[in-house]
Design a protein around this ligand. Structure first.
Ligand code: 5GP
Length: 197
């Protein structure tokens, strides 16, 4: 490698383990992509968020989320235990800080699946993070997915669609966009971005 014009010895770039943030509108299929990735590459570590939302059928504490009360969430915030947190459609969600830091320090890639507000907060506090936007193939498809899930009340769906409109407009803030036409393809592309596969 050539020396710089001032004659200083070039320092090789420090290779830092990458923090990857997957975000995108509610209902776009982020959790399905992540679940598929976990199945194919169980060694890829995914942060488990804390939330005040009630578990959906089949969701388990410590697997999809740490389901906590409002008081418990208040304490996590007050003690600085969350890397970021946001309110989304009437519930709070946050990323436990310590587990993420430990993994990155151990040199392992880390994946966060969080909402847009959280992605922006991560960008501020960790500018080296790579932000990946998961986009729906079309707006109609997003409405179909959100409505078809069948787990949310109509007013909740309405709030999530409102949030989705705002979130779609934020695509330009992200480093990369992946269009969710196929879960397998997106999971493969995401792993490639994380340099896992
Ligand atoms: P859901 O209730 O459908 O599981 O999640 C609602 C939204 O919250 C999704 O967009 C999801 O990505 C986001 N979310 C999940 N965990 C976190 C988190 O720790 N922080 C933030 N900011 N958003 C999160």
């Amino acid at each position: 490698m050539a020396a710089t014009s001032r004659g200083t010895t070039p320092v090789p770039p420090v290779v830092r383990p990458r923090l990857t943030v997957l975000s995108g509108p509610s209902g776009v299929g982020k959790s399905t992509v992540v679940a598929h990735m976990r199945k194919v590459h169980p060694e890829v570590w995914l942060s488990v968020s804390a939330t005040t939302r009630k578990p959906r059928p089949g969701e388990r504490h410590g697997i999809q989320y740490f389901f906590v009360s409002d008081d418990e969430f208040d304490k996590l915030v007050a003690n600085g235990e969350l890397l970021e947190w946001a309110e989304f459609a009437g519930n709070r969600y946050g990323t436990p800080r310590r587990a993420v830091t430990e993994r990155l320090e151990a040199g392992e890639p880390v994946l966060l699946e969080i909402d847009l507000q959280g992605a922006r907060l991560v960008r501020e506090s960790m500018p080296e993070a790579q932000l990946v936007f998961l986009a729906p193939p079309s707006w109609d498809e997003l409405v179909r997915r959100l409505t078809g899930r069948g787990t949310e009340a109509p007013d909740v769906i309405e709030r999530r669609l409102e949030a989705a409109k705002i979130e779609l407009a934020a695509e330009a803030e992200f480093d990369t966009t992946l269009v969710n036409t196929s879960v397998e393809d997106v999971a493969r592309e995401l792993l490639a971005l994380m340099e896992v596969a």
